[in-house]
Design a protein around this ligand. Sequence first.
Ligand SMILES: Nc1nc2c(ncn2[C@@H]2O[C@H](COP(=O)(O)OP(=O)(O)OP(=O)(O)O)[C@@H](O)[C@H]2O)c(=O)[nH]1
Ligand SMILES: [Zn+2]
Length: 319
Amino acid sequence: MVAVDRGRYTCLVESAGEKGRRRKKDHVEGAAMSGRVVVAMKARELGRKGIVVGDRVALVGDVSGMEDTLARVVRVEPRVSMLRRSADDTDNTDGIERPVVANADQLVIVTALADPPPRPRMIDRMLVAAFDADIESLLCLTKSDLASPEELVALYAPLGVPYVVVQKGGGLDEVRRRLEGRISVLVGHSGVGKSTLVNALVPDANRAVSHVNAVTGRGRHTSTSAVALELPEGGWIIDTPGVRSFGLAHVSVETVLAGFPDLIEGTVQCPKGCNHLSDECALDAWVAAGHADPARLASLRRLLASREGAPEEDHPQDP
Ligand SMILES: Nc1nc2c(ncn2[C@@H]2O[C@H](COP(=O)(O)OP(=O)(O)OP(=O)(O)O)[C@@H](O)[C@H]2O)c(=O)[nH]1
Ligand SMILES: [Zn+2]
């Protein structure tokens, strides 16, 4: 399923011979997506089960994809991953989680090196969301013509997060190599150059999105929060124009800690329910004794702390 808007699911149907493997360079003329686009609604038997972008689904009914036809989604295949956020980003206290994208392999955190300046707290929050989804992260640092990536790269080096550096009109080989054959979710706040990148990677991106909107009968500015685009070299990128931040209220201390296997042993002496941020935390002494890299502990604490506080801080200048 490549896009959803108000109960209408846009699905891409693979031709029989292609099923089960990712296609390469097999484009329908004029669209960045191959295969047949079918709009569907949720069948009653699915009940309240959600369907999200990235889901593999089974369709019945009119699957011709002709104008004004509507198929039905009768089954959602088991998911290999699920990127979530807390239900309401303006109120992250309820802890209810909401799926954003299913079956992604990696989260691509798009950050400008300048204009707008990088916001490490937001990057940290995205990394936590990726830990939670159990998918890999990739830092995509844009606008390298305006500032050096050195400082930011150093900040994230202890986390071992891979990164790529790009600029408008520059080479994309390294990015393409990291995206090829994979399902990548792109996140980043307004102005970081995400559209510029998507358009460079998927030459027909705009057309594909308007095509999806035309099929679903929505205008250009739909409430769609994610749309999947197929890469010419194989693989998918899922753009998330509607997702500005991730409420992380549902993410536990244990989930974040699981990303730091080198520190877990040090938590044995911690008081029960330790948030690893307070003075009682045993990690300080353990790390001071030389059991782990202090930079790793600092990174863990930064990520743990990033879950707290209002997500609005992620986009203070937005209305
Ligand atoms: N100097 C410089 N400017 C860039 C670069 N990439 C994009 N820009 C500019 O940055 C501005 C924002 O780029 P967009 O691609 O629209 O950014 P976006 O992240 O999609 O932002 P929204 O469309 O608001 O979501 C535009 O004026 C681009 O021309 C770059 O590598 N260097
Ligand atoms: Zn602790």
